[in-house]
Design a binder for this molecule. Structure first.
Ligand SMILES: [Zn+2]
Length: 46
């Protein structure tokens, strides 16, 4: 099968790095994977 399918980014959970960044993990059934990192600013920090 050479047909290229459209990846579906299924949310596989979130984690927080040591530096406080939010890491969102996605994966497709074909095995492709992505991560998305958010810089989280602490709203209570002042
Ligand atoms: Zn895929």
């Amino acid at each position: 099968m050479s047909k290229q399918h459209v990846h579906v980014r299924i949310n596989q959970g979130m984690s927080v790095s040591d530096e406080g960044e939010l890491i969102e993990q996605f994966g497709c059934r074909c095995g492709a994977a992505w991560t998305k990192t958010y810089q989280v600013e602490d709203p209570e920090k002042d």
